[in-house]
Design a protein around this ligand. Structure first.
Ligand code: FDP
Length: 349
């Protein structure tokens, strides 16, 4: 029986409807035929964790998982039960694979070591298990964000240097949104692809291939409740978006969910800009460089967009600490460039 390429069922890794599993196997073969499949297998385990988290978020209200644990995390925020659950699922699904040397989660103060009984691998995984957690109880889209770096240390364990790498070194990054449908978006720097979980077959199926963010958008997305905490440059910029004093010469539409993955994904598809600038309460911004800004920066740049602090490219920042925060200005290229002209006129915090 001929099971070779001549009988191909699909016409390539970017055919809509193809499963995530088949897509990444095909992509690996196409982009690096000599690879040993480590990254592929890592991504499959991330997909597995996402399926479990998706299942739990769907039935959470029924089984009393929603609500706070009563604990405060390293960021000084209240920890939601689902955050803890998602964090545990990811660690347990990834630590034994033999592909990771270390992990870092937004929920853990220190690095997460691979237990000695498991083999070490060539990659480091950085993740935010459940982003947008203040929205959990309201049934609003929340998500998991992940970033994969190649190991740079040698020795018996991975270390901080594996995690504290510039965003431009990322091998792969993406996110999963648990919303009306569960969506997985990822890039290895060669196109951004989205997969929708089909619950009837339990597989993520390719729903958008080679996503390109529109060069300019109509949407600005920022928590305007912080207006009186902003500096003059930020206030003038946001006023420009609301008026005709912007390069498009017409007002933008405001959209703010308050769940980074959901706000980011909407702008990726429709075009637009998301900002979480520094303010008098969050002098360095609120969002984290490693589990949030870097992976979304890698995704947006791979889709033709731009990610910046307002002063410098996110992916060029040399990380100093695991939980470092940065101002984030991200989205359509022209909108971000327009915003940068305002921030660059103001002194850098
Ligand atoms: P949350 O606090 O709900 O986890 O990263 C944290 C984050 O959400 C982002 O998802 C979101 O974009 C931002 O904070 C919302 O912050 P504000 O409530 O200050 O607007």
């Amino acid at each position: 029986m001929d099971t070779g390429d001549s009988q191909e069922l699909s016409s390539g890794s970017r055919q809509l409807g193809i499963s995530f599993t088949e897509h990444i196997a095909e992509e690996q073969h196409r982009l690096s035929p000599a690879a040993r499949g480590e990254l592929t297998s890592l991504l499959l385990q991330i997909m597995m964790a996402a399926k479990i988290i998706s299942r739990e978020t769907r039935k959470a209200a029924l089984v009393d998982v929603l609500g706070l644990t009563g604990k405060i995390n390293v960021q000084g925020e209240e920890v939601q039960k689902l955050d803890e659950y998602a964090d545990r699922i990811i660690i347990h699904n990834l630590r034994y694979t033999g592909h990771l040397c270390v992990m870092a989660s937004e929920e853990h103060e220190d690095l997460i070591r691979i237990p000695e009984r498991f083999a070490l691998g060539n990659y480091a995984l950085i993740f935010d298990p459940l982003d947008g957690s203040s929205n959990i109880d309201a049934n609003v889209g929340i998500g998991t964000i992940f970033s994969i770096q190649r190991r740079v240390t040698s020795g018996p364990t991975g270390g901080m240097a594996d995690v504290l790498q510039r965003g431009r070194n990322q091998v792969c990054a993406g996110y999963v949104i648990y919303g009306p449908s569960t969506l997985l978006v990822y890039t290895t720097g060669h196109g951004v692809h989205a997969f929708t979980l089909d619950p009837s077959v339990g597989e993520f199926l390719l729903s958008m291939a080679d996503i390109r963010i529109p060069e300019e958008g109509k949407v600005y997305s920022v928590n305007e409740g912080n207006f009186y905490r902003w500096d003059d440059a930020t206030r003038t910029l946001v006023e420009a978006f609301k008026s005709e004093r912007n390069y498009r010469g017409k007002p933008y539409t405001a959209r703010y969910i308050g769940s980074l993955v959901a706000d980011f994904h909407r702008n990726l598809i429709y075009g637009g800009i998301f900002l979480y600038p520094a303010d008098s309460k969050n002098a360095k911004g609120k969002l984290r460089l490693l589990p949030e800004a870097n992976p979304l920066g890698f995704v947006v740049e791979s889709a033709g967009g731009r990610a910046s602090t307002g002063h410098e490219r996110i992916l060029d920042i040399e990380p100093q600490a695991l939980h470092q925060r940065v101002p984030l200005v991200i989205g359509s290229r022209k909108d971000v460039e327009f915003a940068e002209t305002y921030f660059r006129r103001a002194p850098q915090a």
